[in-house]
Design a protein around this ligand. Structure first.
Ligand SMILES: NC(=O)c1ccc[n+]([C@@H]2O[C@H](COP(=O)([O-])OP(=O)(O)OC[C@H]3O[C@@H](n4cnc5c(N)ncnc54)[C@H](OP(=O)(O)O)[C@@H]3O)[C@@H](O)[C@H]2O)c1
Length: 392
């Protein structure tokens, strides 16, 4: 039995993870679950999985959760609060596997704690890697952690890498990585109409059901930009050896192009339970609950180059990856604030890349020498972008 800590269990990835754990319950026990605000869902999950710990960062919400749990059949679960409690469960010696599925930079310290404690770390929280880059990769290497990507594209690339490959290593014989992108809900919308798109339209992804932040990122194609940076760190590949290819069907999840002319691809239905089941069981395989891919229903697989004019966030991601240092952290913080602003209807969809560009143009880029630097850059960029948002 492997003991699993699910950081962000109440979100979209968290729910998919619990689905996979449920159908493979002979192999796993749930050690800890964490939420931010969705206490009702967390309590339901505690009732079913009876973890040792439930984490709620806010003490008032944690107290509400304690009350509900104490009156239920999950009374053995201890509810703890404070952001440091996320790190406490992520590095706990009774944990074998940590699923990092908190959204945004809020997941950085708990993800890092799991790496520093040498856990098997399943990474969905791409923002943590984007902002901390080599610092997180070094923590993985120095502490013999096992980092496996949950993002479907990176999980696909991992599956197509040479045998024996480990995260953070380059690999010989690779010409380039090909990251596929659905293109999001606005792939075929004229650029001139993007100014007036609504939150509901932006969150209606054609192929994937996801949290609201990543849904907006998919609509701006910043998600692919973050994934580009994530792939660069995970696979030790420079930006010019990572190509983004629009593939609207989301069946080919990504590809590795080798120097002998071979291209290895991983295919499957667009369902996050596949990469989650793969990473949980790796190097074995286990059931995920995902239906088999039916080629008769997927006869048309098409590919196209992305349009950088229509989706400037993708261009910005290539630029910050070439610059590195604190540039990816600035891009990420500005994006998180801008997306939140769009979701709260304070700014237009097309203001998102404008705010990110402003943050990059007015911030000095510095080397990322410590996590304290990452946290400071993140905080300062958030403050700057909030101010810029007032005058947009
Ligand atoms: N969804 C996908 O298909 C998908 C695919 C690939 C990668 N990812 C990545 O996986 C991560 C999670 O995405 P998601 O779609 O699952 O997001 P989501 O549905 O919004 O879930 C986010 C989770 O993080 C928790 N959370 C939010 N803010 C927090 C904070 N400040 N402190 C602690 N916990 C916090 C949420 O708690 P509450 O529910 O209580 O608010 C929830 O459990 C993101 O980095 C995303 O890019 C997602």
């Amino acid at each position: 039995m492997k003991s699993v800590c699910v950081l962000g269990s109440t979100g979209s990835i968290g729910l998919s993870t619990l689905d996979v754990l449920r159908i493979n319950q002979q192999s796993y026990r749930v050690f800890a679950l964490t939420a931010n605000r969705n206490i009702d869902r967390l309590v339901e999950q505690c009732l079913e999985f009876k973890p040792c710990f439930a984490v709620v960062p806010d003490e008032q919400l944690a107290e509400q959760c304690r009350l509900k749990i104490s009156q239920s059949a999950a009374a053995a679960t201890e509810v703890i609060s404070g952001m440091e409690s996320l790190e406490f469960v992520a590095k706990h010696h009774d944990v074998d596997i940590v699923v990092a599925a908190i959204v945004g930079a809020a997941g950085l310290l708990s993800t890092l704690a799991a790496a520093q404690a040498g856990k098997k770390l399943l990474l969905a929280n791409k923002e943590a890697l984007v902002i901390s880059g080599d610092l997180l990769m070094s923590a993985v290497k120095d502490n013999n952690a096992c980092l496996l990507p949950l993002d479907s594209e990176h999980n696909a690339l991992f599956q197509c890498m040479p045998a024996g490959y480990q995260a953070g290593q380059g690999a010989a014989g690779i010409r380039k990585l090909i990251l596929t992108a659905s293109g999001g809900p606005f792939l075929n919308k004229p650029a001139a109409e993007l100014r007036n798109v609504t939150v509901e339209q932006a969150c209606a992804h054609p192929n994937w059901s996801m949290g609201r932040k990543i849904s907006v990122d998919s609509a701006t194609m910043m998600n692919k930009g973050l994934e580009l940076i994530e792939a660069s760190y995970l696979f030790a590949m420079p930006a010019d050896l990572i190509e983004v290819l629009v593939h609207p069907q989301s069946v080919v999840h990504s590809m590795v192009d080798y120097i002998d002319g071979s291209v290895l691809a991983q295919l499957g239905n667009p369902d996050m339970r596949t990469p989650i089941a793969h990473a949980l069981a790796w190097p074995e395989r286990q059931a995920s609950g995902v239906s088999p891919l039916d080629f008769m229903l997927n006869k048309q697989l098409s590919f196209a180059a992305p349009c950088y004019e229509k989706f400037p966030c993708l261009r910005l991601a290539y630029e910050v990856l070439a610059t590195k240092g604190s540039a990816p952290a600035i891009l990420n913080a500005a994006n998180e604030v801008a997306v939140e602003g769009f979701l709260n209807k304070k700014i237009r969809f097309t203001d998102i890349p404008v705010l990110i560009q402003q943050a990059l143009d007015t911030s000095s880029i510095e080397p990322l020498d410590s996590i304290d630097t990452v946290l400071r850059v993140d905080r300062v960029t958030r403050e700057l972008t909030m101010r810029n948002m007032e005058s947009i």
